[in-house]
Design a protein around this ligand. Structure first.
Ligand code: GTP
Length: 203
């Protein structure tokens, strides 16, 4: 594939406590597998996947950061150029939910203020071990103007949806920004924007 063989390029960065399943979400989406005995991420990992949305090629650069505190200064440097952040916690781990305000502070401090943030509650296959009620997480996300989705990297629940919905939202914003910056000249193919509004189902 040549360098120009895509219509959009977006950078997505996963953040959240150690062990919540960030690497497993990325591996499930990019490679279609659930790695057995996945070890902790050291620093930052990088994967790429190109998807097609409404006939347009979207290249996703996915950065998987280490949750461990000792890597924080490395991972912070990846926030600024992110188009989207996937803030992940583990629904079976109250602690990972309680840390979210700290992660939001990091986002506020280091990310671009245009960044799209989605809160993800992972490991829903472990329903009997749930410690964070869905409603509580939804309320929290709404109060912080974040999108919310629950996933299982293990069972592949909502993983594809997570990345594709995010891509749809980023396309929608990119088209909107283009329109906002070109208010004198009408955009060719302006009608397309409307169909994207219908294709995305984040809420
Ligand atoms: N049951 C279940 N276990 C999961 C799921 N996702 C991840 N795990 C397990 O949770 C553990 C941590 O997963 P990782 O993907 O390494 O977590 P991480 O957030 O990348 O961790 P760091 O790299 O340390 O930040 C592993 O033992 C995984 O097998 C899931 O959806 N369901």
């Amino acid at each position: 594939m040549s360098m120009e063989d895509y219509d959009y390029l977006f950078k997505i960065v996963l953040i959240g406590n150690a062990g919540v399943g960030k690497t497993c979400l990325v591996r499930r989406f990019t490679q279609g597998l659930f790695p057995p005995g996945q070890g902790a991420t050291i620093g930052v990992d990088f994967m790429i996947k190109t998807v097609e949305i409404n006939g347009e090629k979207v290249k996703l650069q996915i950065w998987d950061t280490a949750g461990q505190e000792r890597f924080r200064s490395i991972t912070q440097s990846y926030y600024r150029s992110a188009n989207a952040l996937i803030l992940t916690y583990d629904i079976t781990c109250e602690d990972s939910f309680r840390c979210l305000p700290e992660w939001l502070k990091e986002i506020e401090q280091y990310a671009n203020n245009q960044v799209v943030t989605i809160l993800v509650g992972n490991k829903i296959d472990l329903a009997d071990k749930r410690e964070v009620l869905r409603q509580r997480a939804e309320d929290f996300a709404q109060a912080q103007s974040m999108l919310y989705l629950e996933t299982s990297a293990k069972e592949s629940d909502n993983v594809e949806k997570l990345f594709l919905d995010l891509a749809c939202e980023l396309i929608r914003e990119a088209k909107q920004n283009k329109l906002d910056n070109n208010d004198t000249a009408p955009m060719p193919g302006e009608g397309k924007t409307i169909s994207y509004l219908n294709c995305c189902s984040l809420n």
